[in-house]
Design a protein around this ligand. Structure first.
Ligand SMILES: NC(=O)c1ccc[n+]([C@@H]2O[C@H](COP(=O)([O-])OP(=O)(O)OC[C@H]3O[C@@H](n4cnc5c(N)ncnc54)[C@H](OP(=O)(O)O)[C@@H]3O)[C@@H](O)[C@H]2O)c1
Length: 329
């Protein structure tokens, strides 16, 4: 295989950032875009110098130049669009939240294995240098035995607000949109919790405007996680143990955060260096996927199918406890 041919399904906000970052990925070429309307696809193709513009997603998945498709539609449509790609033997990288529920996630994993094609959740944080550094420091014992994780993600949507933010039919609500990051962090660092407590405050549409979650572990660790569409929060994260604390200062899920280390928890702040992203930060996950496809893998060794299913099962459990429901349930 020479270059891996990328296609983008959906021409919205995040698709544009991802398209720009693909130019930084070695061994990858963005060859096609598909949108629901041809003019949107054509405008996107012109902006990013893409050879093929398709006015339907069906045409995109039939394009022989495409090896892998980045799915950037609302969460409610990830299952349908993921299945469309996999059934046409196209590898798929699907934005978070991966699906609406765990059943849909499991069906996608089954379809990927049956069709022998690569499938991964686009959890970009997992591939970012500051996060890899954080994991490395934890593995080196820099924080000792982890006792607590406190992570929050909050922003006030400003007009024009995309319909997907509050519409239950599009999987709206703070948990699936942004709460997914604090939940990912706790699962990735501490694993599956032994007990979960969760509460939410609804928006007028019924989806959660704010969601507060507690994970309890038999080890004695607790994770306090929070998402909000009501306030612009720092969106920081603390990982603290009996030997020290790591803090991701702001927008902890993305490449612009700062990383701090407090060896004795309260004082002695140390700023930790890590590689700065050249693009928006999506180039790291895109490089990983490109490499996996070149190797003929069906699953990422870094963001496995089991990781994705655990996240989706945990989100379902939180939703059950907090009372967050969707038409797809
Ligand atoms: N990883 C990250 O940092 C990050 C950041 C933001 C969002 N996201 C995720 O990316 C996904 C898209 O978010 P976004 O902010 O890019 O959304 P957006 O700007 O609203 O774009 C969504 C796109 O989906 C397509 N679409 C297909 N069916 C649709 C429907 N029924 N209603 C609305 N749009 C439909 C549309 O593309 P066409 O009409 O062009 O086909 C639309 O442009 C979400 O799952 C979100 O959680 C991830």
């Amino acid at each position: 295989m020479n270059k891996v041919g990328w296609g983008i399904l959906g021409s919205g906000k995040i698709a544009k950032k991802f398209a720009a970052d693909l130019a930084l990925v070695e061994g990858a070429e963005l060859v096609a875009v598909g949108a629901r309307e041809l003019p949107a696809a054509e405008a996107f193709a012109q902006q990013f110098n893409i050879r093929h513009a398709h006015g339907t997603y069906q045409e995109l998945v039939q394009n022989p130049a495409v090896d892998v498709i980045y799915i950037a539609t609302p969460h409610s449509h990830h299952y349908e669009h993921g299945l469309l790609c996999l059934q046409h033997k196209k590898a798929a990288l699907i934005e978070k939240a991966f699906t609406i529920n765990a059943q849909q996630a499991k069906k996608l994993v089954r379809a990927a294995r049956q069709n022998n094609v690569f499938l991964m959740e686009a959890f970009w944080t997992r591939f970012l240098p500051h996060y890899l550094k954080t994991k490395e420091m934890i593995a080196e014992g820099k924080v000792g035995s982890i006792q607590s994780i406190i992570a929050e993600f909050g922003f006030k949507p400003t007009p024009p607000v995309a319909p997907r933010i509050y519409d239950p039919a599009l999987g709206g609500g703070s948990l699936l949109d942004i709460g997914v990051y604090p939940v990912f962090l706790a699962l990735d660092i501490l694993g599956k919790p032994d007990e979960i407590v969760a509460q939410m405050i609804p928006a007028p549409t019924g989806v959660d405007n704010q969601c507060s979650i507690l994970f309890k572990y038999k080890t004695g660790a607790l994770a306090q996680l929070f998402s909000s569409f009501n306030a612009n929060l720092a969106t920081g994260a603390d990982i603290a143990g009996d030997g020290g604390r790591i803090r991701m200062t702001h927008r902890f899920h993305g490449p612009t955060t700062d990383l701090e280390y407090y060896p004795d928890i309260v004082t002695s702040r140390q700023v930790v260096d890590f590689e700065k992203a050249k693009g928006n930060g999506y180039e790291y996950e895109a490089q990983h996927v490109t490499n996996c496809i070149k190797k003929g893998l069906v699953e990422s060794p870094l963001r496995t199918h089991a990781d994705t299913i655990l996240l989706m099962e945990t989100l379902v459990e939180i939703r059950k406890l907090a009372g967050i429901r969707y038409p797809a349930d």
